[in-house]
Design a protein around this ligand. Structure first.
Ligand SMILES: [Zn+2]
Length: 79
């Protein structure tokens, strides 16, 4: 968990959140949790995944950008 904000293992139903997130604004933490939870439904970053996120958090792209400006990133987000 040194290079990513969070990860998800859909088979095990397990979500890991990087402890560094504790230093981030609450809205960003919410975004990471929802992002990883959305992976329980949809594994890939496709349209379905984005639709799920948009339903629960319409401004998710704003928070993602905010996090991507930080040194730690989630590899797959560089789309
Ligand atoms: Zn992801």
């Amino acid at each position: 968990m040194k290079t990513r904000w969070g990860s998800c293992n859909p088979k095990a139903g397990r979500i890991l959140i990087n402890l560094e997130m504790i230093k981030k604004p609450e809205r960003c933490i919410d975004y990471i949790v929802l992002h990883e939870m959305a992976h329980l439904i949809e594994k890939r970053h496709n349209d379905r995944f984005r639709d799920i996120l948009t339903q629960v958090m319409p401004l998710w792209q704003t928070y993602r950008n905010e996090l991507n400006e930080a040194p730690l990133g989630h590899d797959e987000w560089q789309e």
